[in-house]
Design a protein around this ligand. Structure first.
Ligand code: AMP
Length: 278
């Protein structure tokens, strides 16, 4: 496995004819959710590239960019054992040299839910992912369903700018209690962890309700909210039933609809979602 931290070095790694490159963009502090993407990329491509870059452009001024967990040594050991070919781990200066001024604003799909609560977040995500796709030029790029709106935004970016990459979305990996794995789970105290489980419990109870024939957004949201807010320590930022490509809110759940939630639990912000599908 090679580790490269410059754009020019990264470009030179690929021979001009290679056409089976899979990219897994990450911010590091890898867990089994990331590794599921890496394994899928390993199965489906000749060359697997994982990027590790905590992208300052996608954090708001009051957010956790500085405190975001990082452990490059452990990440590299993990990726080596997964037979990754290249880790692209640029510095902030390498990605955003002095004078950098071009940003990508994806339209309406990036303005809803996360876009409302984290202004500028998707601008930072779309910009860095576009740069990574330009640098690595993968045929496929892998993302997690846990960040469902990010997937919708990046699919639109890829389509609208003719980037020509296949955007592959992989299922959310959860721990044994159902909590969606996230690097930010490391912020949770053991008491907060127990409370956080209400998020997935609420979402999955809505899914069961839908499976039993209830499609009404109001009722699905209300029953989920009751479960999540049964703890006074959780603050729900949004809980919405949306159409999966556009993130437009809908009032009836159909096959493929998403119930998405963002909560605050102490200092930690968590997001999760469930797809209504049989
Ligand atoms: P991050 O390092 O948090 O930016 O995540 C990098 C990629 O891993 C993104 O595409 C995420 O959606 C994906 N990812 C994060 N957590 C999970 C999870 N629990 N299951 C599946 N994919 C995940």
């Amino acid at each position: 496995m090679k580790v490269i931290d410059t754009v020019s070095g990264c470009r030179k790694f690929f021979d001009a004819d290679s056409n089976k490159v899979g990219l897994v963009p990450t911010m590091g502090y890898l867990h089994d959710g990331h590794i599921s993407l890496v394994r899928r990329a390993r199965d489906e491509n000749e060359i697997v590239v994982v990027s590790i870059f905590v992208n300052p452009a996608q954090f708001g001024p009051a957010e956790d960019f500085k405190d975001y967990p990082r452990d490059m040594d452990s990440d590299l050991r993990l990726l080596e054992s997964e037979k990754v070919d290249l880790v692209f781990a640029p510095s902030v200066g390498e990605m955003y040299p002095e004078g950098f001024m071009t940003h990508i604003d994806v339209g309406d799909v990036a303005k809803r839910l996360e876009g409302e609560y984290r202004p500028g977040h998707f601008r930072g995500v779309a910009t860095v992912v576009c740069k990574l796709l330009m640098i690595v030029k993968p045929q496929r790029a892998y993302f997690g369903q846990k960040d469902a709106q990010q997937c919708a935004v990046l699919k639109k970016l890829n389509l609208d700018l003719n980037l020509g990459c296949e955007i592959i979305v992989s299922p959310t990996v959860r721990d044994q209690s159902g909590l969606a794995l996230s690097s930010r789970n490391s912020y949770l105290s053991s008491d907060e962890y127990k409370v956080a489980l209400l998020v997935n419990q609420g979402l999955f109870s809505a899914k069961r309700l839908w499976e039993s024939g209830n499609t009404d957004a109001g009722q699905l949201i209300c029953s989920t909210r009751q479960i999540i807010e049964s703890s006074p320590y959780i603050l729900v930022e949004y809980l919405s039933l949306v159409q999966a490509e556009t993130f437009v809110e809908i009032d009836q759940a159909t096959e493929g609809s998403l119930l998405c939630v963002a909560v605050r639990l102490g200092e930690t912000r968590l997001i999760d979602n469930v797809i209504f599908a049989f």
